[in-house]
Design a protein around this ligand. Structure first.
Ligand SMILES: Cc1cc2nc3c(=O)[nH]c(=O)nc-3n(C[C@H](O)[C@H](O)[C@H](O)COP(=O)(O)OP(=O)(O)OC[C@H]3O[C@@H](n4cnc5c(N)ncnc54)[C@H](O)[C@@H]3O)c2cc1C
Length: 469
């Protein structure tokens, strides 16, 4: 292999940047890393903006502190690697609520993304079906099987637990419905336990016991300066050349590596590299793979996405409950899917003048028409619905921002993990120097995407014949 290695990272989201940092740390010294990002900004779904003179997240807001095994999450490890560990802050108010029959009720504790391990604890919001979670003498889910989270929970706990607890909590992450989402990909710890345990309450308890949390240990963290500081620090640490406004339109195998076609059709730039980390969502990835790896493209391209809009309002001294926010079951008939009271939830965002920043997320999978409305209409509907849920009219906003994320949240249907494994096997066999990374493949969330990028970098290093340092 020629030295120095030239590695292209296609996609400047957190997965691509984590790959770039890992390449810098483990690939031979002098490796030339270039990040190609089609938009004008790095970070992908991580975007810290400003509202009413205050930094505020217009995309992802926080990260899990621990992974499903209970170990430090890859996001925390990356922050530490980048010298940002002392910038990690935690919610000062962690309690959130559910909207039930138009009013707020505390979210019951002790569930796994809404799936209870103790049915008595959820009766304040949902009536579990009586006597359905019986031991049938075999594991809940077959060894290689996958089911939808909704189907499993409905069969064991009844419809209300799905509609009032699991749907809003999973929907808060995926903007999708529990009935469509894969157990294996969206709730891997529960899936593992369900292959052993005979009841769903038993499986939830086993999954929780497998990742014990020290009492009082924070579940979520963010960076005091905003998540864009993670993006900037990753770029610096990677020492990568960054190409913004540089869409990669074609990947062509050259025999010894890859030729990238970059930029506008009329004036393309051709770049030769030894290996590629493909860290873009599944749809653009499928287009790029269609020529060199059609089997992988077909598998990857089956993934569908939900669109959402985030409406953030700056409200002068509103009366807000001491909650981090609330989630809305789709059965409530509101446009708002979830709301975060930023300035209540995060102590570092509180303002002496009492100005509150409240964000509402709008849009569920299959209801894209709701997002066709103009920004002002979305903002006024959110304002009206917030007032109704809180039971008192909120003051008029002094500032507002609408961030649209089109086709942003993957809808992993049952069987996603197997389809992906087959796509990766096909790709590895044909082209070991082209590796997929990011939310289109391994799951959403900053920690999962960081890990995915790092794993991709290590695969590239192995494929190029280097040993990880
Ligand atoms: C609204 C919203 C809120 C979220 N909130 C949270 C949260 O609070 N906590 C959490 O952990 N996770 C959250 N997530 C999920 C998390 O943000 C994502 O899973 C993660 O950021 C995805 O990272 P990625 O690098 O895989 O993809 P992306 O962030 O999508 O990055 C991919 C990049 O590739 C670029 N690209 C695409 N095609 C090309 C091309 N042909 N050439 C060059 N570049 C290309 C894109 O422009 C983009 O910048 C949220 C997601 C959304 C949408």
């Amino acid at each position: 292999m020629r030295q120095p290695w030239r590695v292209a990272v296609v996609g400047g989201g957190i997965a691509g940047l984590a790959a770039a940092v890992r390449l810098r740390d483990r690939a031979p010294a002098g490796t030339e890393i270039t990040v190609y990002e089609q938009s004008g900004a790095l970070g992908g779904k991580l975007r810290t903006g400003e509202l009413a003179g205050q930094p505020v997240e217009f995309g992802a807001e926080s990260f899990l502190m621990r992974d499903p095994t209970g170990a430090e999450s890859a996001a925390v490890a990356l922050a530490r690697r980048l010298g940002l560990a002392d910038q990690i802050v935690h919610p000062t108010v962690g309690r959130a609520a559910l909207v039930i029959d138009g009013g707020l009720r505390p979210i019951p504790g002790g569930t796994l993304v809404g799936v209870p391990g103790d049915l008595d604890r959820v009766t304040t919001v949902a009536r579990p079906a009586a006597g359905a979670d019986t031991d049938g003498g075999r594991p809940l889910v077959g060894l290689d099987a996958d089911v939808s989270v909704g189907a499993l929970v409905r069969s064991r706990f009844g419809d209300e637990v799905v509609e009032r607890l699991v749907d809003p909590m999973l929907g808060g992450v995926y903007a999708g419905r529990a009935d469509d989402l894969s157990l294996v990909t969206t709730m891997p710890a529960l899936a593992r336990a369900a292959r052993v345990e005979h009841t769903l309450t038993g499986a939830v308890r086993a999954a929780q016991a497998a990742a014990p949390r020290a009492p009082g240990a924070p579940v979520f963290g963010t960076l005091a300066g905003g998540l864009s500081t993670l993006v900037e620090a990753a770029v610096t640490a990677s020492g990568a050349t960054v190409r913004r406004d540089a869409a990669v339109r074609e990947l062509t195998p050259t025999g010894t590596g890859w030729r990238l076609t970059v930029g506008p059709t009329r004036d393309p730039e051709l770049v030769d590299v030894d290996a590629v980390v493909l860290a873009v969502p599944a749809r653009p990835a499928a287009r790029l793979l269609a020529g060199p790896a059609p089997a992988a493209a077909a598998g990857v391209g089956q993934l569908d996405y939900a669109s959402v809009a985030l409406v953030t309002l700056a409200l002068p001294q509103p009366e807000l409950p001491e909650l981090s926010g609330f989630l809305v079951p789709s059965t409530e008939g509101l446009l708002i899917k979830a709301s975060t009271f930023f300035t209540t939830k995060w102590g570092h965002l509180r303002r002496p003048d009492g100005l509150a920043l409240v964000r509402a997320s709008v849009g569920r999978y299959g209801e894209e028409a709701q997002l066709q409305r103009p920004d002002a209409d979305l903002a006024s509907t959110v304002h009206r619905e917030l007032s109704a849920v809180l039971g008192a009219p909120l003051p008029a906003p002094v500032d507002g921002h609408v961030q649209r994320w089109g086709g942003a949240l993957p809808q992993y249907t049952p069987g996603h993990a197997d389809r992906l494994a087959a796509a990766r096997t096909a790709l590895r066999a044909a082209h070991p120097t082209l590796v997929l990374a990011g939310a289109g493949y391994d799951g959403v969330g900053i920690p999962v995407c960081v890990r995915s990028g790092e794993t991709a970098a290590e695969e590239i290093i192995t494929a190029l014949g280097g040993s990880a340092r």
